[in-house]
Design a protein around this ligand. Structure first.
Ligand code: ADP
Ligand code: ASP
Ligand code: MG
Length: 398
């Protein structure tokens, strides 16, 4: 796609906390104006004000624990439309021409997987016309439209993916994700204050971090940026700085790049053979970590937010075992560190219930009550003090 002018074009995305109050929206407007005054063309993607999507979801769940998917998307997409209009008003008030667009006005077409839709096509022509008229274009994140004209949402955290997809379609010079931390860290800095900000993170590592709970970027946004070669940077909307560039450069000197944690999950016993259970889950478009325990007993791990839906599918066949978390060690050759990581956890008294290895990632299922202790000891031993590690050959794991 040709770029519409020789001016540089930037897509900026501001998350929920960054647009959480009118004062914050003013601060965002000031940052947008600063970039505009440097001569850039700007497309700005916004999330709903913080807490708003959960509030809307809560209203729906007062009516039905598993609300009708189509209507849920109509409801949840409303949050972003509030922020986009407020930011456009603020920019206009501050003397800069801005216009807000919904996802469908911005040309974002998705499949019809309600609540978790995938972007299949972006037609950027409307945005391009507005940019040619020197407008700042504000776009509602997290939403799109199907070929049948139904509203969809892109899964929690989906505004990141809106921004990356628009940046790809517009051939933008950079997609900047502004959030409430100043980049991607070796672990969630709210959990581990010793976590370090990474200047650069490799797409492979960022993909594993995002897949395993590092919600600083939605997984699909990382995958999309990688596939379409979109330059992607994570920055703070609260302070100045270079943030973290997601790229094909190596992330870190040591093997372990970071630790990710996924909380709010449940371990369940299901009275069903693993193959039959997987078939059932596929039928309902659900994905879970499954492990055969006996011929007709399977253990699965599910996100708590999916429990109500799962109950509709499995009913009396499912029995809750424990509240669990997944701790993932991300980086090169981390699969080989399984014994070391388990030994460090055992030393700290943390029970490892299951282990899973994949490219660039080693994931361990632990009790949710142990998550803070586990993440502290593993981050300390493998990220802060990697040189103290013993590199004995390791045994295979299940
Ligand atoms: P936004 O509302 O801007 O989209 P999110 O809450 O979705 O922001 O993502 C930012 C949050 O991601 C941070 O506040 C931080 O707690 C969390 N996070 C988790 N893992 C990481 C990580 N490795 N690096 C940085 N932040 C992380
Ligand atoms: N508002 C949506 C959410 O809370 C999308 C986003 O913030 O990216 O998940
Ligand atoms: Mg987010």
């Amino acid at each position: 796609m040709t770029q519409i002018a020789c001016k540089s074009l930037i897509v900026q995305k501001f998350g929920g906390t960054s647009v959480g109050t009118i004062e914050r929206i003013q601060a965002v407007a000031e940052r947008v104006i600063e970039a505009k005054e440097e001569g850039k063309q700007l497309v700005v993607v916004v999330s709903a004000m913080s807490g708003e999507t959960n509030r809307l979801l809560g209203l729906a769940q007062q009516i039905d624990a598993v609300p009708a998917e189509r209507e849920l998307d109509v409801l949840m997409s409303a949050g972003e439309q509030v922020s986009m209009a407020l930011l456009a008003m603020m920019l206009n008030k501050m003397g800069h021409a801005a216009v807000s667009l919904t996802g469908w006005q911005a040309g974002i077409k998705t499949d019809s997987q309600y609540n978790d839709a995938n972007i299949i096509h972006v037609d950027p022509s409307h945005i391009q016309q507005l940019l040619e008229r020197d407008q700042i274009v504000i776009v509602a994140g997290f939403q799109g439209i199907t070929d049948e004209g139904d509203i969809t949402t892109l899964g929690r955290g989906g505004s990141d993916t809106t921004a990356v997809a628009l940046a790809g379609a517009l051939n933008a010079d950079e997609c900047q994700i502004f959030t409430d931390v100043d980049g991607v860290y070796t672990c969630d800095p709210r959990l581990v204050p010793q976590a370090r900000r990474l200047d650069v993170v490799h797409f492979d590592d960022m993909t594993s971090m995002a897949r395993n709970g590092a919600k600083v970027l939605q997984l699909q946004s990382v995958e999309y940026a990688r596939q379409h070669g979109v330059p992607l940077r994570v920055l703070s909307s609260f302070e100045e700085g270079e943030g973290t560039l997601v790229s094909f450069e190596s992330s870190a000197a040591s093997d372990v790049v970071g630790i990710a944690l996924k909380n709010q999950q449940t371990l369940l016993d299901v009275d069903m053979p693993v193959s039959e259970l997987q078939e059932q889950l596929n039928l309902f478009g659900m994905q879970c970590w499954c492990k055969a325990v006996a011929a007709d007993l399977t253990q699965i791990v599910t996100a708590n937010e999916d429990l109500a839906r799962l109950k509709l599918v499995l009913d009396k066949k499912m029995h809750q075992v424990a509240a669990v978390s997944t701790l993932s060690v991300v980086g090169n050759n981390v699969q080989n560190k399984v014994d070391h990581v388990c030994a460090v956890l055992a030393e700290a008294g943390v029970l490892v219930r299951q282990k899973k290895r994949s490219a660039h990632c080693l994931s361990l299922l632990i009790n949710e009550d142990d998550h803070q202790l586990a993440v502290d000891v593993v981050h300390k031993r493998f990220v802060v003090e990697p040189e103290s590690l013993d590199n004995r050959p390791l045994l295979a794991v299940s």
